[in-house]
Design a binder for this molecule. Structure first.
Ligand code: SF4
Length: 230
């Protein structure tokens, strides 16, 4: 695919001009961010936010509060996605791990050296390396950069790396390509994550990206290929 024709910071600036400042992360608390990932299976951000608000209002997000809640109440919240009973079980498992292994306090473990902090987060369901790094970033524990699948797709299409058959390999290639260009401060890193995700959700969708409306169309390798073919 060759080298990208735009730097990472200029790309993010273009997205910022187009979308404006993104919404802040749903929480800055590590356990709440883990709960957010698991509260409703395959739910949109809007439905996930509704479920999260309902959990906070009716049950609470402390491990003890979740463990004391009836399964039916947790499943009712999980109805924001598919498989509500599975989501309820996940919340109970998360609360149990937080309570038994971390004394209900994940903030303390995030102060440990980076490998240990990541390892602790990965004890929880649905938390692999990218999600662990996102939590470290959103909690402002370590200024590491994370990408979700949307952001990864955008950066591949613009030309930062070729997409591989294996997601992890693609993720590593993109991270290697942008590492030296990344901002160092938390606000910029969080903004970059949120804007790339938003762009992948709204315009640079997996199928049928809306390149004609894209602020990156003049610098995007994939967009140029598509335009040449039409
Ligand atoms: S031009 Fe198309 S493929 Fe490229 S970033 Fe924009 S929407 Fe995505």
């Amino acid at each position: 695919m060759g080298k990208p024709t735009i730097t990472f910071s200029k790309l993010v600036d273009k997205l910022l001009c187009h979308y404006g400042d993104p919404a802040p992360p749903p929480s800055t608390d590590p356990l709440e961010l883990i709960i957010w990932e698991n509260i409703a299976y395959l739910a949109s951000d809007k439905r996930r936010a509704e479920a999260f608000a309902a959990l906070k209002q009716t049950i609470g997000t402390r491990p003890e509060q979740i463990l004391a809640a009836p399964h039916s109440a947790l499943a009712a919240i999980g109805k924001a996605g598919i498989l509500p009973d599975v989501s309820a079980e996940k919340l109970l498992t998360i609360a149990k791990i937080a309570y038994e292994e971390f004394d209900s306090d994940l903030r303390t473990v995030l102060k440990k050296p980076l490998p240990q902090a990541k390892k602790a987060l990965k004890r929880f369901l649905s938390i692999g390396d990218p999600a662990a790094e996102k939590i470290l970033l959103f909690t402002r524990s370590y200024p590491v950069f994370s990408l979700d699948s949307n952001g990864l797709r955008v950066l591949c299409r613009v030309g930062f790396a070729d997409e591989q058959k294996n997601y992890s390999a693609t993720y590593r290639l993109v991270q290697d390509a942008i590492r030296e260009q990344l901002p160092r401060d938390y606000d910029s890193l969080i903004r970059s994550y949120r804007l790339l995700r938003q762009h992948g959700q709204e315009l640079c969708k997996r199928s049928k990206p809306r390149c004609a409306k894209c602020p990156l169309r003049n610098v995007c390798a994939y967009g140029r290929t598509t335009a040449a073919a039409t």
